[in-house]
Write a protein of this length. Structure first.
Length: 257
């Protein structure tokens, strides 16, 4: 695929924006599935973007940076994997195998950003003791620049050099290896769902899982239809639970009276 300059610029700008949005505005445009959708929309292949972003979203569910811990950055991985996959014309399942090492590599960049942030905080505290409030603002702005650069620079390098590098590597890669990577990429969605089920009360709601499996496998209902049915069931259960709690509260008040 021949990439236009405006497409490269938009993807790079989004790469700089995504970490700021993740740590500041938090409108959820930093989620992997959203990142895949946005890049896919820019590159003209939303299907590939949603496939890669949705799969990496499954890998990220249940993982959070509690206490400031650095975790795999599946958001940036979704941008890089979607862009490289579309521009090199590779299968989406192979693109996922590109995204996972990118997510793990981004952990190191996040560690460096947080180490630099500690230094900036100490400088800001010393400036506060000296009454130099202008320097405090400067430290804050430098922190913002570091935040956006943490994801922006890797995305910039991937956009400029990534497709050529990947094409060069694929040209010398044997078919058995690329085939194996494609198979592995196809298995990763199941791995993501398995990781998600570890954090959910699956045993308690096993009946709903069985119903969903039957609807998809035997009745051939699309996933969107199953999701809408699940949302309807969840809403009914929520309303019934609310009524039960309300009746218990009213019954308790009557007894007190």
């Amino acid at each position: 695929m021949e990439v236009q300059i405006w497409q490269m610029v938009l993807v790079i700008l989004y790469g700089f924006f995504i970490n700021y949005e993740k740590n500041s505005t938090m409108f959820s445009t930093y989620q992997p599935v959203t990142a895949g959708l946005v890049v896919g929309l820019i590159m003209g292949d939303m299907t590939t973007g949603l496939f890669i972003g949705g799969t990496l979203q499954l890998m990220s569910l249940g993982i959070s940076n509690f206490g400031g811990a650095s975790i795999p950055d599946y958001q940036t991985a979704s941008i890089v994997a979607t862009f490289i996959t579309i521009t090199t014309g590779q299968a989406a399942s192979l693109g996922i195998t590109i995204g996972i090492p990118v997510a793990l590599l981004m952990v190191q960049f996040d560690v460096l950003r947080q180490a630099a942030g500690i230094y900036l905080v100490h400088r800001a505290e010393k400036s506060a003791e000296n009454g130099d409030y202008r320097k405090i603002s400067s430290m804050q702005m430098i922190g913002v620049v570091l935040t956006v650069a943490t994801t922006g620079i890797p995305v910039l390098l991937a956009v400029v050099f990534g497709p050529k590098l990947v094409n060069a590597i694929l040209a010398y890669t044997p078919e058995w290896l690329t085939g194996g990577l494609t198979v592995a990429g196809g298995l990763l969605p199941a791995v993501g769902i398995g990781l998600l089920l570890r954090y959910l009360p699956a045993k308690e709601y096993i009946s709903y899982l069985i119903v969903g499996f039957v609807l998809v496998s035997y009745l051939k209902i699309p996933l969107l239809g199953v999701a809408l049915l699940g949302a309807a069931v969840a809403l009914i259960n929520f309303k019934n639970g609310s009524k039960t709690v309300s009746n218990q509260v009213e019954g308790g008040m009557d007894e007190d009276e």
